[in-house]
Design a protein around this ligand. Sequence first.
Ligand SMILES: Nc1ncnc2c1ncn2[C@@H]1O[C@H](COP(=O)(O)OP(=O)(O)O)[C@@H](O)[C@H]1O
Ligand SMILES: [Mg+2]
Length: 239
Amino acid sequence: MGKVITIKNNKGGVGKSWITLQISHALTLLQKNDRDFYKVLILTSDSQNNILDFSGHNENEIEKTLEDYVKTGKRNEIRLRENLYYMPLAKSHFSKIFREKLKNSIETLKNEFDFILIDSVPVLEIDQDFLDIATDIIIPTYMDKATTGGILRLMEEIDLKKIRAIIPNRYIKSKKTEIMYEELKNNLDGTGILVTEPIKQSSLIHNLIEDGKTIWDSKSKEVESFQMIIYSVVEELLK
Ligand SMILES: Nc1ncnc2c1ncn2[C@@H]1O[C@H](COP(=O)(O)OP(=O)(O)O)[C@@H](O)[C@H]1O
Ligand SMILES: [Mg+2]
């Protein structure tokens, strides 16, 4: 039975979509057993479908959406990479019936995919459903006062047992951010929640995104430090 991993932060721009893609791609590169690699599906509650852009695809490729699947059971997800699929979202409003059917639909998908990652945005009603369905939650964050305050509040609202990792992203090193990072780590010490090394705000990452490439598509030596950080999260998910 597949795991459902929701990537969550109420704040925009912290790297939820980008990190969802990097973790998902990493998982597909790992062998599940002697014969198979892990099969991964990405879902989203964001009708902007940024994942398509970030992986070098575009909205013209969309044939069927999450809405179609929930309504009719018919699906045609977009293949982003080998063993990596994306089911886009068309709308940003959902009926009560849709929400009731959503959970069952995702349960069915768990039979086919080893991991379902959900790139979530806070504005929608289905965001709560995606937290309920999640077996694991990952929180990308930004090292400033407002965002750190936001995630501490978020952690009061969600099931702490589900939180696997917090990933400081778009990190700009300074005395202040260093202190904030150390405080976050100390606060979570002993909780079992991994606070990863920070991922820098990086022009290399910016360029990869512009080219529709993930850190796993790049042979550059410089991406290795980013790959190691993402891999530390993957290890938590495989536990
Ligand atoms: N570590 C990073 N370095 C440089 N650019 C980044 C990094 N992480 C994300 N970005 C860029 O920052 C923007 C916000 O990231 P995104 O994943 O869309 O955030 P969210 O989904 O949380 O709104 C995107 O344009 C993305 O390309
Ligand atoms: Mg996003």
